[in-house]
Design a protein around this ligand. Structure first.
Ligand SMILES: Nc1ncnc2c1ncn2[C@@H]1O[C@H](COP(=O)(O)OP(=O)(O)OP(=O)(O)O)[C@@H](O)[C@H]1O
Ligand SMILES: [Mg+2]
Length: 374
């Protein structure tokens, strides 16, 4: 565990970048430092690998003051990723990634094998190995930066706004990739961003800093959303915090109805037996949703798929959150959300009202379930 203990950083010109900061950074989890520009995020990160020395206080790694070990040993245990990746422009992608293993004395062959393995791990085609950084897109360069930081398999990864220079779609891909890699590798990651949505998506724990380098709140993201410590944190979180918090609650427990689901080739008897549902969800013969129709408008053998109402965005009960389910219901003109399995086949429908009850239960429940539902 990394423990930041009452750390203050005063730069020579008198600027207090970090002010009596204390944080316990859990092992094998992602801890995000978030806050407005100039609030001391980078300074804090750099104090962890001693690129910056604290003016007061101490930082402990597994109980030992980081000043007690040689700075090179410390840095080798901590991969470092920055915005724009900071790659060596005159080295190929493969050699960029192999940098630290080579410094550690690995043979060229072994270091390159390791680099190739990491390219795959971060989602880069190994066909890019011989290119130079300028021949890669920004998102690809950022992946190289992550691969390079992971090359010597350090237990700790320090990441300073690694994804902020890429467009939102590439950024989402990089975030998803980081979560996937983290599930596999279980690193202790300290991640800096000024984007609160990124913090909420990635963080197991989130430290919100305010200008002047003071800690405003340190909590799991769902708790930030439900109980911001003060107006600064509330304001920083922005709008829709109630809705956003629903991403931390699973949709698996929603009670689904199957009676209103009918296949397009359903016979008259089947259609008639569908009871009092205001709308029926019509599926193709494989069970994939096509759209909604009012029972009176549906004639057996003559269901016209072009005249059905759109069914919005379906959710997958096992993996999607309550937020996705609610979104599905809101997007559907009938007010009902469609649940599908992993193959996209309808497994039931659920009304806005039932989702609303689950939402109320979620708000009164203490802690949300899991980080799994994003
Ligand atoms: N070498 C330095 N000398 C003097 N002041 C500095 C130095 N480095 C940073 N600062 C100041 O310390 C404060 C915190 O800087 P820091 O870079 O840690 O902020 P940050 O939260 O990372 O900001 P950003 O989101 O813009 O990257 C700022 O006021 C900055 O101007
Ligand atoms: Mg910074």
């Amino acid at each position: 565990m990394i423990r930041i203990d009452a750390v203050t950083k005063r730069y020579p010109d008198g600027t207090v970048a970090v002010d009596r900061l204390s944080l316990e950074i859990p092992d094998r989890a992602i801890t995000v430092l978030v806050g407005p520009s100039g609030c001391g995020k980078t300074t804090t990160l750099r104090m962890i690998n001693r690129m910056v020395e604290p003016s007061e206080g101490s930082i402990l790694l597994d109980g030992q003051d980081i000043r007690q070990q040689p700075v090179n040993t410390l840095r080798r245990s901590m991969g470092y990723v920055i915005q724009n990746a900071g790659l060596f422009q005159h080295r190929t992608i493969l050699d960029n990634i192999a940098t630290v293993p080579r410094l550690l004395g690995w043979s060229k062959q072994k270091a390159r094998e390791r680099a190739a393995e990491l390219m795959e791990r971060v989602g880069l085609d190994t066909a890019l190995a011989k290119r130079y950084p300028y021949q890669l897109s920004g998102g690809q360069q950022q992946r190289v930066g992550v691969a390079r930081a992971l090359a010597a398999d350090p237990p700790v990864l320090l990441m300073d706004e690694p994804f902020s220079a890429v467009d939102p779609i590439v950024r989402k891909g990089l975030q998803d990739e980081l979560l996937r890699i983290q599930d596999e590798l279980g690193k202790t990651i300290v991640f800096v961003t000024h984007d609160i949505d990124e913090a909420i998506k990635l963080g197991t724990m989130v430290a919100v800093l305010r200008t002047g380098g003071r800690l405003a709140q340190f909590a799991p993201p769902a708790e930030l959303l439900s109980a911001p410590a003060d107006p600064f944190v509330e304001d920083f979180l922005g709008a829709d915090r109630g809705i956003r918090r629903l991403s931390f609650f699973p949709s698996a427990e929603l009670e689904l109805q199957t009676a209103p689901v009918v296949a397009i080739d359903a016979g008259a008897e089947k259609l008639a037996s569908r009871g009092a549902a205001p709308y029926l969800l019509v599926t193709d013969v494989d069970g994939r949703p096509l759209g909604w129709g009012a029972p009176d408008d549906l004639t057996a053998g003559e269901i016209d798929r072009d005249r059905l109402l759109p069914y919005g965005r379906p959710f997958v009960p096992g993996t999607d959150s309550l937020r996705t389910a609610l979104d599905g219901a809101v997007l559907s003109p009938t007010g009902w959300a469609v649940a599908v399995d992993g193959e996209g086949r309808a497994v039931g429908v659920v009304s806005q009202q039932v989702i609303g009850e689950a939402v109320r239960a979620a708000h009164t429940a203490g802690r949300p379930d899991a980080k799994a539902a994003r």
